[in-house]
Design a protein around this ligand. Structure first.
Ligand code: FPP
Ligand code: ZN
Length: 309
């Protein structure tokens, strides 16, 4: 079997920062803080977070902070959004530097995005999605400020997005999708509300995502993609059904999506690599206890030693 090319992946991640004007960097411009979170978490799982200067990262993250409202943008000068606020808080947690934040202010920003029905908008423009419920709950839990929101209503809204197939969608009635399932199960796990889930029914839907080539897809009839190694496996672990997946075949699929020369992992074999799929591949292997990797917490998406504070 192929092996994980850890050193090459570390080099690849460190190189992204340097080539700021290529296409990938350009496409990532508006969500740079998400990219930073994925890249840094991958380095930490590979035991190489020491290759970056924490002060440099923290001072850049804090330049994305909006002091007026308490939220973070995706890059310096960009508008605040829950997706970026979670990444910022996760990055600070990785370096054990939550103390640089005014946790009260950030949590008031997050709590202000909760709607009357318990759902969350992503930002002031109002789009509602269970992704934002996860971002809010994960972020507030890391900040120890879950008491700022109505948790019961938040949980009830997520439960209202549950479908007859056991999965979850982005809003009530929305089609089940593995990414959305991760968000709902993660939020329910963090709030101690997994009793709302039919574990066998959902476990069955999730393990049916494994395709003939060993990889996982995100919905029926779709191609396998490395990112679903994260969305599906983390969900299966949280509901205690991960033994329903053929781990060897999935491990082979992920390893086969590596660029063995220049590092990085792609979504499918022989496609172009990117930092997201490099994280999803390495984190997926970590969830399957691949040797030499730090374990990652399936709900917080942070290394266990970080999430264990
Ligand atoms: C599928 O994406 C993924 C999702 C819908 C979940 C996204 C979750 C977050 C952004 C929350 C933060 C996550 C973590 C781990 C901290 P896609 O649009 O690529 O789906 P597609 O394959 O159907 O195109
Ligand atoms: Zn993908």
């Amino acid at each position: 079997m192929d092996e994980l090319e850890s050193d090459k992946h570390v080099k690849y991640i460190l190189s992204i920062e340097k080539k700021k004007d290529d296409v990938e960097a350009l496409l990532m411009e508006h969500l740079r803080i998400n990219g930073a979170y994925w890249g840094l978490t991958t380095l930490d799982i590979l035991h190489k977070i020491s290759a970056v200067d924490p002060e440099e990262v923290i001072s850049w993250v804090m330049k994305c902070y909006h002091e007026d409202c308490g939220g973070f943008g995706g890059n310096i000068g960009h508008d605040p959004h829950l997706l970026y606020t979670l990444s910022a808080v996760q990055i600070l947690a990785l370096f054990d530097r939550i103390d640089v934040l005014d946790a009260e202010k950030v949590s008031i920003y997050v709590a202000g995005l909760q709607n009357e029905d318990g759902s969350f908008s992503g930002d002031m423009w109002g789009e509602i999605d269970t992704r934002f419920s996860y971002c809010a709950i994960c972020c507030l839990s890391i900040l120890h400020c879950l008491n700022k929101i109505n948790v019961e209503k938040a949980v009830n809204y997520i439960v209202s997005c549950k479908n007859l197939d056991g999965g979850f969608g982005c809003t009530p009635g929305g089609e089940s999708h593995a990414g959305q399932i991760f968000c709902c199960i993660g939020a329910l796990a963090i709030t101690g509300s997994l009793h709302h889930v039919d574990r066998d029914l959902l476990g069955w839907w999730l393990c049916e995502r494994q395709c003939k080539n060993g990889g996982l897809n995100g919905r029926p009839e779709k191609d396998a993609d490395v990112c679903y190694s994260w969305w599906v496996l983390s969900s299966l672990i949280m509901i205690d059904r991960v033994h329903w997946i053929d781990k060897d075949k999935l491990t082979r699929f992920i390893l086969n999506c590596q660029d063995k020369e220049n590092g990085g992992i792609s979504d499918k074999p022989n496609y172009a690599v990117d930092v997201f799929h490099t994280y999803f591949g390495v984190a997926g292997l970590s969830l399957m206890e691949y040797p030499g990797l730090k374990s990652i917490d399936p709900a917080y998406a942070l290394p266990v030693d970080v999430a264990d504070w």
